[in-house]
Each structure stands twice: as C-alpha cells, then as structure tokens.
Design a protein around this ligand. Structure first.
Ligand code: URA
Length: 237
C-alpha cells in the first residue's frame, strides 16, 4: 500500500503540494469515491484513480528503446556531458529510468532504458548469455584469422580472455571493413579493444540488437519509444 499523493507525484501528476490541493478541492477519486485525504493508503495496481474525471494510467515500470546518438553519455548524470536521460521527456523521466549497460560516448544505436532493476540484471549478466550485435566499420581489412581469433576468445590488453564472439564480415578490402560482431559480455570498450588486440581500429560502432530486441530503424538518432508488449515479453522470458 502506498500514499495516494506519492503515487500521483511519482506518475508526474504534479508535486505533492499540488496533489494535496487537488484532493482538497475534491477532484481526486479512488474507486469512484472522492478522496478526502492526500495521505490515503491505496494499492495503485488494484484501484481506479481519477483526477477531474479522467482515469490515470498506473504503471510501475517504464521500458524504452533509444537510438543513442553520438556525443551523449550512457548515464543518468554527468558533470560535463549531456546524458541519454537528458534526452527523455519528463513524462517518462518521472520513472527515473537508467540505461541498461553502457554504450561509449561515440557509439550509436540501441540502448534500453528502464527503472526495472530485475530486467537490467538479467540482461547485463554475462551468465545469461544475452547476445548483443554491433555493426562496426574497421580501418583495415578483416580476415579469416580475425574470425577465428574472435571465436576462440580474444585476449584484451589487460589479460582478460573474452567469451567466444561471432564476427561476420560484410565487406573487407584495403579501404577498411564492414562487419557484424556478436558478443555476450559488456566489458569497457569491449568491441574496440577486441579489434585493437588484432591490430585494427573501430572507426564507427552501432548496436543493432540486444537479446531479442532489434533497433527500430524508424527511430532517428536521439529518438526513443516505449517497448511494445511483445518486445517486452520476449525480453523477459
Ligand atoms: N564495445 C565498445 O567498444 N563500445 C561500446 O560502446 C559497446 C561495445
């Protein structure tokens, strides 16, 4: 059970003071009865709350997919840079979403934002073997030896041996390469460091899928939308 004013404030229906005033004016009903006390204890998942005759839609969690743009950090706060959360409208930000894992400042593409800690853990724990697919452009020609090395497990500069990764080469010549990389971990700068270990440099990196979730190509960089029920269901099973 939660306080009525807290529930409404968390959903973005105003400050606690504003909600108290609305209750005082008799504008808030719970299950059809005018609420007399802003501190009324309610179960928001079970009761019907109306403000000014309009039913509020209660949800506890928010699930967003963003096409992360270049130059923005995957954090909820940063002293110097704009964060992915800064790009989100207040109607969603009242849920305090945070990014699931991190993309580098210069990496673009699929980023999930949620306030669901359980799903976050499920998606980022390497034990759960959730595939993350990246499209990458590389400064040199990627060869079969690189594919084998990725399959075996690349050893990073700090001695860490990566889990086996899949490298699919779309184009490779002296001008550079276009590849898809599938990894199940999320070490700091992982894809970039995997290529560095092979003497190559990632010049462009975009995440295109995360588990069952694929980046919606209709989202321009910087845009986001809520996950559909089907997308969320397939992520959580
Ligand atoms: N690997 C990287 O190097 N950077 C990212 O942002 C994601 C994976």
């Amino acid at each position: 059970m939660e306080r009525l004013d807290k529930v409404l404030a968390n959903l973005g229906y105003g400050t606690r003071k504003e909600i108290k005033a609305a209750v005082k004016k008799g504008l808030v009903t719970v299950d059809g009865k005018v609420a007399k006390d802003n501190g009324l204890k309610i179960d928001p998942e079970k009761c019907k709350i109306e403000i000014n005759g309009e039913e509020i839609s209660y949800k506890k969690n928010i699930y967003l997919m963003m096409n992360k743009p270049d130059g923005v950090v995957s954090a909820t706060f940063d002293k110097y840079d704009e964060t992915v959360v800064d790009l989100i409208d207040p109607e969603y930000n009242v849920f305090n979403p945070f990014p699931v894992g991190r993309l580098d400042k210069d990496t673009v593409g699929l980023l999930i934002l949620t306030n669901d800690g359980v799903l976050n853990h499920k998606l980022i724990s390497p034990k759960n073997h959730v595939d993350k697919v990246y499209y990458a452009e590389i400064n040199k020609a990627v060869c079969d030896k690189d594919i084998e090395a990725f399959e075996k497990g690349i050893i990073l500069d700090d001695g860490y041996k990566c889990m086996p990764a899949k490298l699919q080469v779309m184009k490779a010549d002296n001008d550079g390469s276009e590849v898809y990389v599938t990894i199940q971990e999320g070490k700091f700068h992982q894809v970039k460091r995997m290529f560095e270990a092979r003497g190559k440099k990632v010049v462009y990196l975009k995440r295109i899928s995360f588990g069952t979730l694929e980046l919606d190509e209709n989202l321009e960089e910087g845009e986001y939308r809520e996950l559909t029920d089907e997308e969320l269901k397939s992520l959580t099973i």
